[in-house]
Design a protein around this ligand. Structure first.
Ligand code: COA
Length: 188
């Protein structure tokens, strides 16, 4: 597990149009068939059901730098996690946990009841991250990804109000608190 140096702070906030170049740079490295910057711009400006967050890390006296982001779509009472990505040099620190928790907080604040997502069968890192965040695997979509014909695994949370979800959420909260004393969040 990585760690954060003593004078670092991290902040989760809503993504803004000015963040798109940094986000698109993370996207290019994280995904083989990633979105171009224009897709993020459209999401922020035109897609009323979309909500995106960025995680910024500030090291001592330096300027904040975006190291991770995530997004979801609000579909009736279901939040669909569209994407989560962490800058390669900053993986396994816990930023993925922080971003997914922020998305869950946003979803609940928007009145959603559950969260769902699709993830590539081969993406063991993401599948484990989502399990840590209270998602479980409920099915698959064969040959879902057009670029290589890979299957998607469908994952979902229990209902946000259920004791099962609350238990997962408390564990997630504890894991995050143990790693990041300096976390600030302005997403909800
Ligand atoms: C998947 C991804 C978002 C994980 O982000 P991250 O910040 O490295 O994840 P975290 O440090 O918060 O890890 C949380 C937990 O997830 C699991 N996990 C994360 N990366 C893992 C890996 N490479 N191998 C195995 N488990 C992993 C572990 O259980 C980990 O907890 P631990 O470190 O205490 O063992 C990151 O690898 C990434 O950006 N990948 C490319 C983009 C992508 O695939 N996004 C998801 C699909 S939309």
């Amino acid at each position: 597990m990585g760690h954060l140096s003593a004078c670092a702070t991290i902040t989760v906030r809503r993504m803004e149009p000015r963040d798109v170049p940094d986000v698109a740079a993370i996207e290019r490295v994280a995904f083989v068939s990633g979105w171009p910057a224009t897709a993020f711009e459209r999401e922020l400006q035109e897609n009323k059901i979309a909500r995106y967050v960025v995680l910024e890390r500030t090291l001592c006296d330096s300027a904040p730098a975006i190291v991770a982001f995530g997004g979801l779509w609000l579909q009736l009472d279901e939040a669909h996690v569209v994407t989560v990505a962490v800058r390669r040099e900053h993986r396994r620190v816990g930023y993925g946990l922080v971003v997914v928790r922020a998305l869950l907080d946003l979803a609940r604040a928007e009145g959603m009841q559950v969260a769902t997502l699709e993830v590539r069968l081969s993406n063991e890192a993401a599948r484990r991250l989502y399990r840590r965040c209270g998602f479980h695997e409920v099915g698959e979509r064969k040959r879902y990804y057009a670029d290589n014909g890979e299957d998607a695994i469908i994952m979902t949370t229990e209902e946000f109000d259920s004791p099962g979800f609350q238990r997962h959420y408390s564990r997630l909260d504890e894991a995050i608190a143990a790693r990041f004393a300096s976390l600030r969040s302005t997403v909800v």
